[in-house]
Structures are given as C-alpha cells and as structure tokens.
Write a protein that binds this ligand. Structure first.
Ligand code: ARG
Length: 463
C-alpha cells in the first residue's frame, strides 16, 4: 500500500492521489508566479511568530533565512517545484524543511493556505495595479504629446459615424486621456479593497494560537485587516472589481483601436501607418495592415470573459473557502498580462506607429455640410428662434445637395433670398476653423478651451 506521507497531508491519508487527479488538482504550474509574495507573506508570519513568543527568536531567524534562501535559489533557477508539490504554498514549505530541517515545520503555525493564498494574491495584485497605473500614464502621455502638436489640426467629428461637426484633433485625443484618467481613478479605488489583510484568519474561524494580525498586516504594508475571518478567506470581490476596472480599460482601448483602424482605411485615409507598427499581407503586396489595434480590439474579449467567469465562479458559493477559488488566479494573471501588453502596444502605436495626414484631414473638413449648425447659430445671433433657423438651413442644405454645391459656394445674393439677415460675414463663419474656434462653451472644442485643457493636462502629467 502506497503511503501518502511524502505529501503534506496528515496521517489520516493512506493512499496517494490518482495521478490524473493530482495534476487536475494542482495549481503549481500557474501559481508559481506568486512565489515572491508567498515568501514575503511567510517571512512576515515567521517574524510575527517570533515576536509573539510562539516560536523562539532563533527559530524565527532560521525560518526567515531559509525563506530568503529559497528566494535566492529561485532567482538562480534552482527552485523547481513539481506537480506533486500541488501549489506554491506547499512547494515553499517542503523546500524550507529540506533546507533548514524540522524547524521548518513550525512555519505553518496559526496559519492556513486559505488565508495565505488570499494574502499572496492581494500582494501580487497590489503591485500589478501600480504597474498598470504607470502604463495608463504612459498612454496618456503619448496621446497628450500628439494632442499638443495638433491643437489647430481639424478632424471631422461624428455622431452615428456620420459627419457631424469638425473638431480640434487635440480635443479628440484628449477625450481618450479623460477615459484613461477614469480608469486610473477606478483602479486606485479598487486598490483600497485589495489592500486589506486576510492573514491570520487561518482556515476560516481564526486560531487559538496567540498570533498578532496587526503585526503581519503592517509588515506587509496592508492598510487594514479583515474584521471577520470567514469574510477574509472567502472574499473575492476585489477580483471581480479589478476585472471590472480592467474590462473598462479594454473597452476604452478597443474604441480607440477601432478609430485607428477606420482612420487607416482607404475610405478615411486620415492616418498613415508607419513600418514600426504595421504588417503586410503574405499574398497582397500592396497591403499594410493595422494589426496592433486589431489585436487589442480582439483581446478585449478575453478580459470581459474573465470578468464573467469570476462572477459565475463566486455565485452561490457557500462560506467559507472553496476550491473554486483556485480558478481566480489564471483569470487575474491573464487579464493583467492582456491589459498591460495592450496598453504598451497602443502607447507605442501613438508614439511611433502612425502619422496624421493633414492634407486629407483638411480636405475632409472642408468638403461637407458640417458647418450647417453654424449657419443656424448665425441667425440665432440675429434673434431668429433656433427651430426656425434650423428648418431654413435644412432647406438650404437640401437645395445645395441637389445642386451639388457646398454652403461656401452659395453667392451672397442667393443667401439673401433665403433670409435678409445674411451678410458677407457668413463666409467667414463657414470656414471649418471658425466653426471649431466658436465652440467656446465649457468642455467644447473651441481652440481657447482646448488650450486650457492642454495646459492643465501638461501640469498633471509632466510635473
Ligand atoms: N491552491 C489553492 C488556491 O489556489 C490554495 C488554497 C488551498 N486551500 C485548501 N483548503 N485546499 O486556492
């Protein structure tokens, strides 16, 4: 009969696991990336055991040195857990006992893998949130520098993907900087709930050992500790919140990507893709494809999927720890990788992957009826009620379309037949630059307003 005592289970077990089940059950293949945090958490726990007199000071030092030794061996590629180690927590404990002998068996005093894994995951995610914040800032900076160069570059603005009113290109890019700022604020808020220590909740009910949760919490720079041990080991709200915030980041990136894809098409031709971020076709020699934004647009689905998976995973779960929670790791790891890579790729795209075609943009804003609202506003300034002016301009547009001319091509005498208030200065009002310049309401695309926005973003991003 195979004895399972090589494993960490108690003597309650006689037989080893079925090999398929052993692999199915194991998380070591992916949770090994929590190693740093597992060591940090264990060192904090060991120190606390020493401070509390649960183990001797010397034993605490031995544990800490052994754990640091594992860190060193891992960085030298010498720590290589196997499937039978099951997870990173067991792998570390086993290695520790190998390294320092029986005193290693004291590490797990007053602790369970349930509070341990929650601690590791929070420590890991806290770092990644800070990294993603920096990635978002990089994207904001890349967009900002382009915006600053393009205050007076005009681009058609759309509603329903139909030409609506011309915009300052800077205004358009600043809109994405605003979205990224909301993403950063959301992550900052999620971080508050990631930054709470479950350590010391033990398996579910707390422990009879005289541990100090305050000591481990402050050692690990947590902001607070969970008040309820059951909640501590079974809360995965922060995972869902993080994936919600990540999903919105990906949604924003997918919108930006879609615009770049449209702009790069022959139909829009607002940008040219540089060789740095575009690929060719294996068959069609003339092709230059916007793979980067397409990939990012496509990858958004993975993160939305992980969010859905986690909501489904926690739904209906009874208290407290359930093995279902092991599933949270791959969802988080893949989402973090996807979000970070997408943010960096899109930043590079805006730093060196595209060039705005100013002549095309200029032609675009000069050859449509996106100045029609301004004709109505012209009459409004002369005290014609807006709805009346709107009806009249609609008629003028209809006639112009039938005649194949633009508003700027209508002779002054003709304008006068439409309304006696039209004067020579109507031509000035029809210029795309005047149209943009005049939108001076707060938050509008008027150059003066956009200039103020650029000024305030420069201060926020580069100070
Ligand atoms: N690998 C496990 C996880 O990822 C660690 C916690 C296991 N706890 C337990 N009671 N089986 O969730």
């Amino acid at each position: 009969m195979e004895k399972a005592l090589s494993k960490t289970w108690s003597e309650r077990f006689d037989k080893g696991l079925n090999p398929f089940i052993e692999k199915f059950n194991a998380s070591i293949e992916f949770d090994i990336c929590l190693l740093e945090e597992d060591l940090d958490g264990s060192i904090a726990h060991a120190r606390m055991l020493g401070i509390q007199g649960i183990i001797t000071k010397e034993e605490a030092i031995k544990l800490e040195n052994g754990l640091q030794q594992i860190r060193k061996e891992a960085s030298d590629g010498l720590f290589q857990p196997v499937i039978s180690d099951e997870d990173v927590h067991f792998a570390v404990e086993k290695k520790l006992i190998e390294l320092i002998g029986p005193v290693g068996k004291k590490l797990h005093t007053g602790r369970s893998r349930n509070d341990q894994v929650g601690t590791d995951l929070r420590l890991w995610l806290r770092k990644r949130i800070d990294e993603i914040d920096m990635d978002l800032e990089r994207l904001q900076k890349s967009l900002f520098l382009l915006a600053e160069e393009n205050l007076y570059t005009l681009i058609p603005g759309y509603t329903h993907l139909q030409r609506a009113q011309p915009l300052s290109l800077a205004h358009h890019l600043l809109a994405y900087i605003e979205m990224a700022q909301r993403d950063r604020n959301r992550l900052k808020d999620v971080r508050k709930r990631v930054n709470i220590s479950p350590l010391g909740a033990a398996a579910l009910a707390g422990t009879s050992i005289s541990i100090s949760r305050k000591i481990t919490s402050s050692e690990l720079h947590f902001q607070d500790i969970y008040s309820n041990s059951l909640d501590a080991v079974s809360d995965r709200d922060f995972v869902v919140e993080f994936l919600g915030a990540s999903s919105l980041i990906m949604a924003h990136l997918s919108r930006l990507s879609e615009e770049v894809i449209l702009w790069a098409s022959e139909e829009f031709a607002f940008i040219q893709l540089t060789d740095r971020c575009a690929t060719g076709s294996s068959l069609m020699p003339q092709k230059k494809n916007p793979d980067v934004p397409e990939l990012v647009r496509g990858k958004s689905g993975r993160v939305f999927g992980h969010l859905q998976a986690m909501l489904t995973m926690i739904k209906g779960l009874p208290l407290a720890y359930n093995k279902d929670f092991q599933e949270d790791k791959e969802a988080i790891f893949d989402s973090v990788k996807t979000v970070k890579n997408s943010l960096i790729a899109i930043s590079i795209l805006f730093e060196e992957g595209l060039i705005f075609r100013k002549e095309r943009l200029n032609d675009a804003v000069s050859s449509d009826f996106s100045n029609a609202t301004d004709v109505a506003d012209y009459l409004v300034a002369k005290d014609i009620p807006f709805r009346e002016a709107y009806q009249l301009v609609g008629r003028i547009v209809k006639i112009s379309l039938e005649e194949g001319i633009l508003l700027k091509d209508i002779p002054l005498e003709r304008w006068k037949t439409f309304h006696k208030f039209f004067e020579k200065d109507i031509y000035e009002k029809l210029l795309p630059s005047s149209v943009v310049e005049s939108r001076l309401s707060t938050g509008g695309t008027g150059f003066e307003r956009v200039k103020e926005q650029l000024f305030s973003w420069r201060k926020k991003l580069f100070n």
